[in-house]
Design a binder for this molecule. Structure first.
Ligand code: COA
Length: 498
């Protein structure tokens, strides 16, 4: 068994227990772990670290690809083991610790973390812990359901722990395309011309002497937590698909559209699922997370190929896909996140990028991260890598939140992740605003007329008209611009005047 999964015999002696491997992680270390949107994270070693921290407290800087499954962020937070965390998370307990100021969270564009390590702007990992399906004859590491930052962590770290997940088929070998960018200033362009191009290796190259421990684990990825579409998410999907049909009719898009990037979550998943019944054909994805909808589209023959950095799917979908790897392997590739999210490739391919906003304002500035301007939700993730560079940057959200107490369309966003310069199309269940080529006052008209919930339309219109009377390229009444957020904080409702 061990020699099937560890094909370089000299590494067999590195097999250790999770506790022994976790003991190699010392207080104060920067630890680079695999894992991207609940897929492919190392599991046994961090869980052993949690147990160890209960007896022998320590604090680490934890760097991953993106969010982790198996409640690893929650458990590490509960034992106080996280001093710093980057570049993304999506866990309630960690979110609270971040917002209480107990964990320092560095919210980053997902393509940038390893770039900053390469330039020594942030600390490189002392130790890397990466999940694998196997280790090759050369001692190279074959990742599992995500690549994320794993290859770069392995390159940068002094020591590497490999966690072999025996629940996943070794047939996953060949799914990954590992390409590492060179150091500046002599870096050459990334020669990836189409989403299905392969430009790297199928395993993470490493000097086998850096591998200090190999741990076997039989823990599975946590299933995706995207909810089924409801009437509002379905309406959002319908508006967007109608818009894309009109773009094809107008000759601005081919019937195969452009490579699609779709963010994580219920709305984004519903939009992609909606494409199953659309007239578009020969679609391709150049995305970061491949969700259930990717496999629905592949099965329906609508999607030709999907490139991503992780596969985050529900339990039934995982059974279908990982139980039948051969059926899907030649239609998929998983890449390092600095390649899946590389702004230069996104711009060149001209992606259609669909991400979710918490709120947007009448001029099209988008807040994806901070509730009421100060409380971190998850992080910007890859949305900025894509939105600034996409051919069509689309943001979707329901028009209200918390039973209608919150309007997702506000006079001024309480925090800006994507400025109006980066946003083309905004969609709520009410309708779609096409902002392309519009000046700020025209953008406001399009957004108020198409996206706002009727309960908030009058108030938003009133604000905009009074702001216009004062003048300006982007009219605002500064005393009132954040009043809706202040109402929410003080009275629990955006329009309540008390
Ligand atoms: N103010 C306060 N809370 C709001 C809100 C607003 N304007 N809009 C939504 N919310 C709340 C919802 O009520 C919900 O709360 P709950 O968890 O207590 O039920 C929560 O935010 C999530 O909203 P939901 O509508 O369920 O959407 P989602 O799960 O798809 O998440 C984001 C939306 C914006 C938080 C999520 O997409 C995200 O983190 N995006 C940034 C990262 C990103 O875009 N990555 C893309 C590449 S993967």
């Amino acid at each position: 068994m061990n020699s099937d999964r560890i094909r370089l015999p000299s590494l067999l002696e590195k097999v250790k227990s999770a506790d022994e491997a976790a003991a190699l992680i010392k207080d104060g270390m920067t630890v680079g772990m695999s894992g991207f949107t609940r897929a492919g994270e190392a599991k046994a070693v961090p869980l052993a670290l949690v147990e160890r921290a209960k007896k022998d407290p320590l604090k680490i800087t934890l760097v991953t690809g993106a969010s982790l499954g198996n409640d690893i962020d929650k458990k590490l937070t509960e034992v106080g083991a996280l001093a710093r965390r980057l570049p993304f998370q999506a866990d309630n307990t960690l979110r609270k610790a971040i917002n209480d100021g107990q964990v320092m969270f560095i919210d980053q564009h997902l393509s940038e973390t390893v770039e900053q390590m390469r330039a020594n702007q942030i600390a490189r990992p002392d130790i890397a812990v990466v999940e694998a399906v196997s280790i090759t004859e050369k001692g190279h590491i074959v990742p599992t359901t995500s690549v994320g930052n794993s290859a770069n962590f392995v390159q940068f770290a002094k020591q590497v722990i490999v966690e072999i997940n025996t629940t996943l088929s070794p047939e996953l070998e060949g799914l990954h395309d590992i390409y590492l960018q060179e150091e500046r200033p002599n870096r050459t362009p990334v020669n990836l011309l189409k989403p299905d191009d392969r430009i790297g290796t199928t395993a993470i190259e490493v000097d086998p002497s850096k591998i200090v421990a190999i741990v076997f684990s039989d823990l599975s990825d946590s299933p995706s937590n995207a909810l089924p579409a409801d009437s509002e998410t379905q309406a959002i999907a319908d508006h967007l698909i109608e818009f894309l049909k009109k773009e094809v009719d107008a000759g601005r898009l081919p019937n195969s559209l452009r490579p699609l990037q779709v963010g994580i979550g219920t709305i984004a998943n519903a939009v992609t699922s909606g494409l199953v019944k659309s007239p578009f054909t020969d679609l391709v994805q150049y995305s970061e997370v491949l969700q259930d909808s990717t496999f629905e589209l592949l099965d329906a023959g609508k999607l030709k190929f999907a490139s991503g950095s992780s596969i985050t799917i529900s339990a039934p979908c995982a059974e279908r896909v990982f139980g039948n790897v051969a059926k899907y392997k030649d239609k998929l590739v998983l890449r390092p996140q600095e390649i899946s999210n590389l702004p230069e490739i996104v711009r060149r391919l001209g992606t259609i990028s669909i991400n979710t906003a918490l709120e947007f304002d009448i001029y099209g500035n988008v807040n994806s991260t901070h509730v009421s301007g100060s409380k971190m939700m998850n992080g910007i993730g890859g949305s900025g890598d894509f939105a600034r560079n996409a051919q069509l940057a689309v943001f979707v959200t329901k028009s209200t939140a918390k039973g209608g107490a919150i309007s997702s369309v506000v006079p001024m966003v309480s925090h800006v992740d994507h400025t109006g310069h980066d946003t083309d199309i905004l969609v709520t269940e009410i309708g779609l605003a096409d902002l392309r080529g519009l000046a700020p006052r025209e953008r406001a008209r399009a957004i108020i007329d198409n996206c706002v919930h009727p309960d908030y339309r009058f108030a938003l219109n009133d604000y905009f008209e009074r702001a216009c009377a004062k003048g300006g390229q982007t009219p605002h009444i500064l005393r009132e611009a954040l009043e809706w957020h202040i109402n929410l904080e003080e009275r629990g409702n955006m329009l309540s005047k008390g």
